[in-house]
Design a protein. Structure first.
Length: 154
């Protein structure tokens, strides 16, 4: 991303993405809900959906940094409410798709392990372990997804 001046394209994961118009600064770009050129939208969505999420196991820094780098410039991502000591998750907006990519991590005796990576339509706000499942709720507390909790080694 250019630090200043006009923006006609943006870089994401080593690729140049054409924007829908010239932007004079990053805030103008970020605040335009149709900032990606229509001919690029499907490619951008595919890039975010398929972006490598980094190592499956390692320290929190090792597993979380690559996950955060999936976020497309100017779009949202954030942590879900969870038991931060044993379970952590990120929700990453897929540009103009009304979808979120969700990555879930669980603490192990030796660090952290990514236990899920999937796409969902409703932005999740919280994840908990309930029985043998990961249960996702929206900002109103309504259950929006349930996924089986992977067992160690799976």
């Amino acid at each position: 991303m250019a630090a200043c001046g006009q923006l006609a394209s943006i870089e994401y994961r080593g690729q140049h993405i054409k924007l829908s118009r010239w932007y004079f600064d990053y805030d103008d770009y970020k605040n335009d809900p149709n900032n990606i050129h229509p001919s690029e939208l499907a490619r951008v969505q595919a890039l975010v959906r398929a972006a490598p999420a980094g190592p499956v196991t390692g320290s929190w820094e090792d597993v979380s940094r690559p996950a955060l780098e999936i976020t497309f410039p100017g779009y949202g991502s954030g942590s879900l409410k969870s038991d931060w000591n044993s379970l952590r998750a990120f929700s990453i907006e897929i540009p103009q798709a009304e979808e979120e990519r969700v990555l879930v991590f669980q603490a192990t005796a030796t660090g952290w392990r990514r236990i899920d990576d999937f796409i969902m339509r409703t932005p999740p706000a919280e994840v908990v372990i309930m029985g043998g499942d990961l249960v996702f709720s929206d900002f109103g507390g309504k259950r929006v997804a349930t996924r089986p909790l992977p067992q160690e080694g799976n």
